[in-house]
Design a protein around this ligand. Structure first.
Ligand code: MEV
Length: 314
């Protein structure tokens, strides 16, 4: 029996410019959709079993797809994923997978606010924690703020989950810069990392969340003015606070040391404990800095923004 239907959707990856971890507690974060794409092709059959790339085991090992299919009450699907975002790199691979997969499930383009909310619920259920930062960024495309008091044009609200949130999601003006993301090669899974940070924050007496929030809000203002040097300086400050939060890793220290004198700013992006760094330069020397990252053991990606969020492919 042939397939009932087949649809493809694509979703960008993401980097967090300011405010990872603190956004879980409703504080502001700024994130950018980047031009590393994940494409999902879903084929429906009149059968019961679910497969990923033809394999029931691979599907069974993927909590994000399982959660999304459970939420939609669907069976009989084969899912194929092609992605230029390394899994566990902090570049939004799971958010892109969920948002693109959910998009393939209906023939009509999805309403973006509903897609962002449903993608967050799936990611949250699969990880048992987190904020809507990644899922809203890949769904919206471009530069956005998540949480805090609202800093641009409101796109949507994501309702509170287990006592955290709600989060307001705003569109910010993207200065259109080129960024360098360097994956340490040390993959991390977000859920356990967020839990670990939560435990650390319970004993924090140094107002870390307030200090990260102040840097994120200054960062939003500097981005608005497209003040590259100030954004870089604030990225360095945010990095120091993230290291103080305890999410550093020796591989990240090595990479930061290798580029420090050649960039305006460099910071952990995403959950940390490995994962990736994000760097901003004066402009025009991104390839040289990318080589410095790879000499220090990283896997660099020179990226631009993706103005488009998740979309159904024709
Ligand atoms: C992960 O990309 C960002 C974190 O803040 C977790 C989250 O917001 O869900 C670490």
């Amino acid at each position: 029996m042939g397939p009932l239907w087949k649809r493809s959707a694509t979703s960008p990856g993401k980097v967090i410019l300011f405010g990872e971890h603190s956004v879980v507690y409703g504080r502001p974060a700024v994130a950018l959709a980047i031009d590393l794409l994940t494409t999902v092709e879903t084929t429906a059959y009149s059968r019961e079993d679910m497969t990923l790339g033809g394999s029931p085991d691979a599907y069974d090992r993927n909590p994000y797809l399982k959660e999304a299919a459970r939420m939609e009450g669907l069976r009989g699907l084969d899912i194929t994923v092609r992605s230029s975002v390394p899994m566990g790199s902090g570049m939004g691979s799971s958010a892109a997978l969920i948002s693109a997969f959910l998009t393939t499930l209906s023939a009509e383009p999805k309403d973006a606010p509903a897609l962002a909310r449903n993608s967050f619920v799936c990611e949250y259920q699969a990880q048992r924690t987190g904020s809507p930062a990644d899922t809203s960024t890949v769904t919206a495309g471009g530069l956005i703020s998540i949480g805090g008091r609202g800093y641009g044009t409101e796109l949507w609200q994501v309702p509170a989950m287990h006592g955290r949130g709600p989060w307001r999601v705003d569109r910010l003006r993207d200065p259109g810069w080129t960024w360098i993301v360097a994956f340490s090669g040390v993959p991390k899974s977000t859920g356990p990392r967020v839990h670990e940070v939560g435990v650390r924050l319970r004993d924090d007496t140094s107002h870390l969340l307030d200090r990260i929030t102040a840097v994120a809000e200054d960062g939003i203002r500097a981005l608005e003015r497209a003040d590259r040097a100030e954004v870089g300086r604030l990225m360095n400050l945010n990095h120091e606070l993230l290291v103080e939060l305890g999410i550093g890793h020796p591989s990240l220290d090595r990479m930061v040391a290798a580029v420090r004198g050649s960039v305006l700013g460099v910071k952990i992006t995403g959950a940390g404990f490995g994962g990736s760094l994000l760097a901003l330069t004066q402009g025009g020397d991104e390839e040289r800095v990318a080589r410095l990252f790879s000499d220090a053991g990283g896997i660099p990606f020179v990226v631009g923004s993706s103005p488009q969020g998740t979309r159904l492919l024709p």
